[in-house]
Design a protein around this ligand. Structure first.
Ligand code: G
Ligand code: G
Ligand code: MN
Ligand code: NA
Length: 257
């Protein structure tokens, strides 16, 4: 309850919420291509609260819808600024989206309206949806929202891919562009000689479905090399960069690329 009150206050006063972004690189040459926006919250009394705590609280209280709007407003404004500054061609940012947002039939139109208002191309934005949300109740509204976004060039990534319960037949029919290989499949890499790691099975499957691939939680150069060799295109993890405050992202890319 304290957390809910604090979050509501943060939204009302626009205070204590901050957008970070974790860079993503092309595994073949380590070029930074874009990143994943991650929300941070510092409450005057509770201090810095991790998203693993405040996101579930925001989902339960319904505040996640307003929080999601705050994140989208900020993210799209940053994308507009970065693309005017021509930081790198084709630079994109990914935003995490929660179930209650996707269950609102008007959600996608709200996203597109923000892109238009800021003059940002759909292709500069990606949305990350977990496999659990895609397979969950009210899948109809969710799928319609995602289809609407994709028609405008916004890409849809499945977060935590391989950790949910979806059947392949189901995933195959979803309006998605890419999958994020969960850290739990990256941790055991590189696999012992003569064994087939699950990451490689998932990557083959994704390729077979024509999906783009991003691996998460890469911490060692050996993991990055193994994933590149298995055909994974993009990577994200502490090996390359930790999440950075959004305002420092262009500098981070210029120094890196
Ligand atoms: O660094 P990390 O602790 O930021 O993120 C933890 C979890 O919080 C991740 O699963 C991430 O998807 C989620 N998360 C971070 N920012 C957002 C956000 O803006 N919206 C939603 N729905 N989830 C987020
Ligand atoms: O949305 P998602 O659950 O994928 O959020 C990504 C989470 O993973 C964030 O909390 C982010 O800080 C964290 N993360 C990103 N890269 C690494 C990494 O290399 N190692 C670890 N332990 N966590 C990471
Ligand atoms: Mn994510
Ligand atoms: Na993830």
């Amino acid at each position: 309850a304290r957390m809910e009150a604090g979050l509501r206050e943060a939204l009302q006063r626009n205070r204590g919420l901050r957008l970070f972004i974790q860079p993503q690189v092309r595994l073949s040459d380590w070029t930074m291509t874009g990143g994943e926006f991650l929300l941070r919250w510092e409450d005057p009394e509770l201090g810095s609260v991790p998203p693993s705590q405040f996101i579930p609280a925001a989902e339960q209280s319904g505040l996640i819808v307003d929080l999601g709007k705050w994140v989208l407003d900020q993210a799209v404004a940053w994308l507009a600024e970065w693309n005017q500054g021509a930081v790198v061609p084709g630079l994109y940012g990914a935003v995490n989206v929660a179930a209650p947002e996707l269950h609102d039939p008007a959600w996608a139109e709200g996203v597109l309206e923000r892109l238009r208002r800021h003059g940002v191309a759909g292709s500069a934005l990606e949305v990350e949806v977990t496999e659990r949300v895609l397979a969950g109740p009210e899948g109809g509204a969710t799928v319609a929202n995602l289809q609407h976004l994709r028609q405008a060039g916004v890409r849809v990534a499945v977060d935590d891919f391989g950790t949910g319960y979806s059947s392949l037949a189901y995933i195959h029919r979803l309006p998605i562009d890419s999958v994020k290989i969960d850290k739990q499949f990256v941790d055991p890499l590189p696999a012992p000689e003569g064994t087939t790691p699950l990451a490689s099975v998932i990557l083959e499957m994704a390729a077979g479905m024509g999906l783009e691939t991003v691996a998460e939680g890469i911490e060692t150069a050996e993991q990055g090399e193994a994933l590149d060799a298995m055909g994974c295109t993009y990577g994200q993890g502490f090996l390359y960069a930790r999440p950075v405050p959004a305002e420092t992202f262009p500098d981070c890319i210029r120094k890196w690329n």
